[in-house]
Design a protein around this ligand. Structure first.
Ligand SMILES: Nc1ncnc2c1ncn2[C@@H]1O[C@H](COP(=O)(O)OP(=O)(O)OP(=O)(O)O)[C@@H](O)[C@H]1O
Ligand SMILES: [Mg+2]
Length: 157
């Protein structure tokens, strides 16, 4: 096990392969998934009326996990789209406060491939949502202050 834990911040549009990548390559990390949290709290995959609650609970849980990571000697992973710089900045600052280096993992996925994967999976979010995220996405850059930026091309294929 690594001596000092790291914070893995996934970045990618719906269907880009974030959760699959996390399972395959970062299985050692304690994973906080906002999608799982949505389902757990509300019983549905997504409902905009509950979004502020989901984000609030997620932030509180992440804050606690980051605060305990050194004691637990475990990496922490946030599985969410994290599509905007503003959102990522918040998490970067949180990790910094707890002394953890942040590693961004960017699932760089062409729109067509994300759409195809989303259509093929049960409970996909739909073309409109995938396309909207694709338009919003601000690819992560080194200037944001990551200790490392892992660029996964072709949605991890
Ligand atoms: N490397 C891969 N090769 C083939 N299929 C993949 C790969 N990665 C993911 N998939 C498939 O693509 C679909 C979307 O993957 P996944 O659920 O990991 O995406 P996601 O980014 O976590 O999406 P969301 O933001 O909606 O949670 C799934 O059906 C998954 O099985
Ligand atoms: Mg996922």
């Amino acid at each position: 096990m690594r001596a000092s834990p790291r914070f893995y911040l996934l970045v990618g549009i719906p269907g880009s392969g974030k959760s699959t990548y996390a399972r395959r390559h970062l299985g050692q990390a304690l994973r906080l998934s906002l999608d799982d949290l949505r389902l757990m709290l509300t019983g549905v995959a997504y409902d905009s009326r509950y979004e502020s609650i989901v984000i609030g609970v997620g932030h509180a849980a992440l804050d606690y996990m980051l605060s305990r990571a050194a004691t637990w000697q475990r990496d922490i992973l946030l599985d969410a789209t994290n599509a905007t710089r503003e959102r990522r900045k918040h998490y970067l600052q949180l990790a910094e406060r707890h002394g953890l280096p942040t590693v961004a993992v960017f699932l760089d996925c062409p729109l067509e491939m994300a759409l195809a994967r989303d259509r093929a999976r049960p409970g996909g979010v739909g073309d409109e949502v995938v396309t909207r995220y694709f338009a919003q996405l601000q690819p992560p850059t080194a200037e944001e202050g990551f200790a490392e930026l892992i660029h996964v091309t072709d949605c991890g294929a």
